[in-house]
Design a protein around this ligand. Structure first.
Ligand code: IPM
Ligand code: MN
Length: 353
């Protein structure tokens, strides 16, 4: 039996999470698997109940269980919380405590969504994939000093050799396994942490002569992702650059709502979450796109549970539903069928069954 902590969180979190749970139950039946899914609170909802965005009980479950499936945290209701008390910081602390230093963000640019994607059809072509690997528990999110008042504020971008080595080794291994080109993104013309980043990546590359590697500055990378995205196959970068570039890649997908992620470390345990936020403006309306969360659950099957066949099945079910022209509001198109969050979940379940 696999034990999963289910953390819906705030805003659209509960709506989208309900669909992922539904789909996991369908997988459970079809593959004779057994998932124990227990809910926990984190973020604003946890603050309302316990006075903290990351209750000890939630942290304890996350440490004990096999995997964590997470929706999103934060919203205007909790904007009075500052610094370490913020809902988003709870997520940052959880990632760090679980030592999840690898954040995998595989984006799919689909031919079936060519009408929604803000790229010329000739760039979309038959579609393509890019995997962004983001270092998740170092860099400017975590470096000290980190403090501020109304006059002056500081965040510190710190990387150590060891931190860059472990994430780049993972990236090279993946690039080797998939015979793909690797692009390392930094800002080495301006930042010391980036200079170290680039030199460590170059050192690690000596063990991977078969992997084609190039380096690109983050500003140029942002430009190239729009102008000529097909030059990228696997991207590896630091925490903040990865955060920013992944939203840009989400635009290539047609909507941030389609984009999953897996945060993993040395062991099998992982934290799986869509890359979008809580979308407070549409929360409770039943129009949010659950696909990013459902695809995150597929990543959980693959990376934490070694259920590759079931993961493929789930991903194919999503593709099939999109190919049949079903769309949530964020990817709605004239002449296509717009469905609610719950209907999208049901359609994917039906496809699996
Ligand atoms: C993400 C999010 C988070 C991040 C926030 C919510 C802390 O934007 O996962 O991309 O910046 O890492
Ligand atoms: Mn982000």
């Amino acid at each position: 039996m696999k034990r999963i902590v289910v953390i819906p969180g705030d805003g659209i979190g509960p709506e989208i999470m309900a669909q992922a749970v539904k789909v996991l139950k369908a997988i459970e039946n079809k593959y004779n698997a057994s998932f124990q899914m227990d809910e926990a609170l984190m973020g604003g909802v946890a603050y309302d109940e316990f006075g903290t965005c990351l209750p000890d009980s939630t942290m304890k479950m996350c440490k004990e269980y096999d995997a964590v499936l997470f929706g999103a945290n934060g919203g205007p209701k909790w904007d009075f919380l500052t610094g370490e008390k913020r809902p988003e910081r709870a997520l940052a602390v959880l990632r760090k405590e679980l030592e999840l230093f690898i954040n995998l963000r595989p984006v799919k640019v689909r031919k079936s969504l060519a009408g929604t994607i803000p790229l010329k059809p000739e760039i979309v072509g038959d579609g393509f994939d890019i995997t962004l690997i983001r270092e998740l528990i170092g860099g400017i999110y975590y470096g000290l000093p980190k403090e501020g008042d109304s006059e002056r504020a500081v965040d510190s971008m710190i990387y150590t050799k060891g931190e860059v080595e472990r994430i780049s080794r993972y990236a090279f291994e993946l690039a080797r396994a998939e015979s793909k080109k690797l692009t390392s993104v930094d800002k080495e013309n301006m930042m010391e942490a980036s200079k170290l980043w680039r030199s460590v990546v170059m050192d690690v590359s000596k063990n991977y002569p078969d992997v084609k590697l190039n380096h690109i500055l983050v500003d140029n990378c942002a430009y190239q992702i729009v102008m000529d995205p097909r030059q990228f196959e696997i991207i590896v970068t630091g925490n903040m650059f990865g955060d920013i570039l992944s939203d840009e890649l989400g635009a290539l997908a047609g909507s941030l709502g389609l984009y999953p992620s897996a945060s993993i470390g040395y062991g099998k345990k992982g934290l799986y979450e869509p890359i979008h936020g809580t979308a407070p403006d549409i929360a409770g309306k039943g129009i949010a796109n659950p696909i990013g969360t459902i695809l995150s659950a597929a990543l959980m099957l693959r990376h934490s549970f070694d259920m590759n066949e079931a993961a493929d099945d789930m991903e194919q079910a999503v593709e099939a539903v999109l190919d049949k022209d079903f769309r949530t509001a964020d990817i709605a198109e004239k002449d296509k069928k717009t469905v609610s969050t719950g209907e999208m979940g049901d359609l994917i379940v039906k496809e699996i069954e």
